[in-house]
Ligand binder design. Structure first.
Ligand code: PLP
Length: 399
């Protein structure tokens, strides 16, 4: 194994069994839990007794299995699983920030996150500054005495920029700020906490689950942070209540055990298509291509066994050309014209008019998000050469 730490081994070593020796942990289908002694219940309520379950908005055994596996994946002390990626992001941010605090965020970030930071968090007097996260000087210059969080995505959505996690973490530590990294695009490939991030958040809706059959999220961090999130008096997760349903936790846990194989295939297929699209003379963004601005940096941070990930983007110049190309690709069985990512079939969408449409046009322009950008989440196709022929046919029809 050619990697700094084997996340697959970390998950498999957990050896999680069900109560009857079931190879899959039993599903705990219960909102509440009984106690033999009243005092034990009081002690659990006040966090003075561990190892007991009280109420499923706080902890549920099925959620704990998945959370433990996510913590093992990331190399963090603990994790907590949420009902969506957005609830993981918002709970983590609201736990760290109070009224009057300030967040520095990558300008290129998932549209929902951008909307939360720019439109919603100000209701609580939490302001954000958006910067080019690859410009460390800009990040440094944005720090104010009220800055509590630097927020970024390991590989940003949809521009596929690479965040320099060790340098951002060093900057954060120097100023007593927390670094939160959304690792949704690069599970297994990048382990942000091992590179210095204080909190790692996920939309498990995407690659982690990989089936597009549910929406889910995770927050990975220290014992102290996760315990603060579920504190009965002041925890954002406990009080806003975005807990994941345990039936979903158990299905995601099973899918997590094939994540490494899926990531390898997503990456292999995406690299193949990126090279072919480039050869056609198209404007291609894929961090696995040596010409990509973040290629060298990503190599210093990644577990090379899993490749450069399944996300790539091409720029077709105009929204109209993007729309026509996507319709042709859907018609010719390349994949589906759909938002989201990490599915076993290829998905494509026009970011500026879908998952980044919350970002105002002038900021889209500032970050270089072209109207014609088509983002692909490359699927697990067995015969990627045949897929390429179908894409090529669609390109030819665009002439
Ligand atoms: N983070 C990233 C990078 C995303 O792409 C998304 C959704 O597309 C989210 C977070 C939000 O996740 P969810 O839809 O599970 O709430």
């Amino acid at each position: 194994m050619n990697m700094k730490r084997d996340p697959v081994k970390a998950i498999f070593d957990l050896k999680q069994f069900g109560e009857y020796g079931d190879v899959n942990p039993s599903i705990t289908d219960s909102a509440t839990y009984t106690f033999m002694q009243a005092k034990t219940m009081t002690d659990v309520f006040h966090g003075e007794q561990e190892g007991c379950f009280l109420y499923s908005r706080h902890w549920n055994p099925s959620n704990k299995y998945l959370a433990d596996a996510m913590a093992a994946l990331e190399g963090t002390q603990q994790a907590w699983v949420t009902a969506s990626g957005m609830s993981a992001i918002t709970a983590a941010l609201l736990q760290l920030c109070n009224s009057g605090d300030h967040i520095i965020s990558s300008m290129t970030t998932y549209g929902g996150t951008f909307a939360f930071l720019s439109n919603y968090a100000p209701k609580f007097n939490i302001k954000s500054t958006f910067v080019d996260i690859t410009d460390l000087e800009a990040v440094k210059n944005a720090i104010t005495p009220n800055t509590r969080v630097i927020y970024t995505e390991s590989m940003t959505n949809p521009m596929l920029q690479i965040s320099d996690i060790p340098k951002l973490a060093a900057l954060a530590n120097e100023h007593g700020i927390k670094l939160i990294v959304d690792n949704t695009f690069t599970p297994m490939i990048i382990q942000p906490a091992l590179l210095g991030a204080h909190v790692v958040v996920y939309s498990m809706t995407k690659f982690v689950n990989g089936k597009n059959d549910c929406v889910a999220g995770a927050i990975c961090g220290t014992d102290e942070f996760i315990n603060s999130l579920i504190d009965v008096n002041s925890g954002t997760a406990m009080l806003l209540g975005p807990v994941l349903d345990p039936l979903r936790s158990s299905s995601i846990l099973k899918n997590l055990h094939t994540l490494h194989i899926r990531m390898q295939q997503h990456s292999r297929n995406a690299l193949y298509l990126a090279e072919k699209l480039k050869e056609e003379g198209l404007v291609v963004s894929y961090p696995g291509l040596p010409g990509h601005k973040g290629h060298g940096l990503m190599k210093t941070m990644m577990n090379p066994d899993f490749g450069f990930g399944g996300m790539l983007a091409i720029d077709l110049g105009t929204g109209e050309r993007a729309a026509r190309f996507m319709e042709l690709m859907e018609m010719h069985d390349v994949g589906y014209l759909a938002v989201s990512l990490g599915y076993f079939k290829t998905l494509f969408s026009n970011s500026g008019r879908s998952t980044s449409s919350e970002v105002p046009k002038e900021i889209q322009d500032e970050m270089g998000l072209s109207e014609g950008l088509v983002r692909f989440s490359v699927g697990l196709d067995h015969d990627i050469e045949a897929t390429w022929q179908r894409i090529k046919h669609c390109l030819d029809m665009m002439e």
